[in-house]
Design a protein around this ligand. Structure first.
Ligand code: SF4
Length: 249
């Protein structure tokens, strides 16, 4: 991909994303999360004792001109916090990447390390919070601290036409972003698996998070998730997705 290129009248700048990623990686704004991510990286888990953990914030990845943006909660302790790439090296990543591959959004079905050859197709993945939180629960203050990174990254992704929100925290974060940029929102916006809303020229889709807890308990099956991805794919291929009613970015 060129560093700067033009599509549909928009300039896409992977340099902006690279610069933002560097800024994210060096952030130490949340003392509790800095301490936790480094503790996990020091202590490791038995299975990965021989590995060097990343132990820093985890930026998004994928092409800057993607039409689909997938937003998760935060890196996993022994997934993104170990490998340095979001949704990489844990069971959530295994579930997500298999489905993205089957829907044509990835070049292969595994996401195990930063050098595994994975490339995303028309899909960009990021997390609402960039550091692993204890018990997967960031505080309100930590969410607020990290919000500018979310906002800036979403603004760079100018070709977005569909946003898939994995879990209620990702859903609420994206709604906060829409409010922040002054978007007029529908009166009723509720999180539930499969709920979708057209806002401006972007269709947003809610999904249960593909965490082992949800997938093992049967709250989220591959069939359910694939069905949602097929719906998104159909939308992206429809003339409706090409509407140029831009959000206020
Ligand atoms: S959660 Fe976000 S704001 Fe807080 S330290 Fe990590 S990158 Fe920085």
């Amino acid at each position: 991909m060129n560093d700067k290129f033009k599509k549909n009248g928009h300039h896409f700048d992977s340099v902006d994303l690279t610069e933002l990623s560097q800024e994210i990686i060096s952030c130490r704004k949340c003392p509790r999360l800095v301490s936790f991510r480094e503790k996990v990286a020091r202590e490791k888990t038995k299975r990965y004792q021989d590995q060097e953990y990343w132990g820093k914030p985890v930026p998004g990845f994928g092409p800057a001109d993607s039409r689909l943006v997938v937003i998760g909660l935060a890196p996993a302790a022994h997934g993104g916090n170990r490998t340095g790439r979001v949704f990489t090296g844990d069971l959530s990543a295994k579930f997500l990447m298999k489905c993205l591959y089957n829907a044509g959004f990835a070049n292969h079905e595994y996401s195990i390390s930063i050098d595994d050859g994975l490339s995303l197709n028309d899909c960009y993945i990021l997390a609402a919070v960039r550091c692993v939180p204890p018990d997967n629960l960031p505080t309100r203050e930590e969410m607020n601290n990290c919000f500018p990174f979310l906002s800036r990254e979403l603004k760079i992704l100018k070709n977005t036409r569909a946003v898939l929100l994995l879990g209620k925290i990702a859903f609420d974060s994206y709604i906060s972003y829409l409010k922040y940029i002054g978007t007029e929102l529908p009166k009723k916006l509720t999180f539930g698996h499969g709920n979708s809303y057209l806002i401006g020229n972007i269709m947003i889709y809610a999904s249960y998070h593909p965490s082992p807890r949800n997938t093992n308990m049967g709250n989220l099956s591959e069939d359910m998730f694939m069905s949602l991805l097929r719906t998104i794919k159909t939308y992206l291929e429809s003339p409706d997705s090409r509407s140029d009613v831009a959000l206020n970015r």
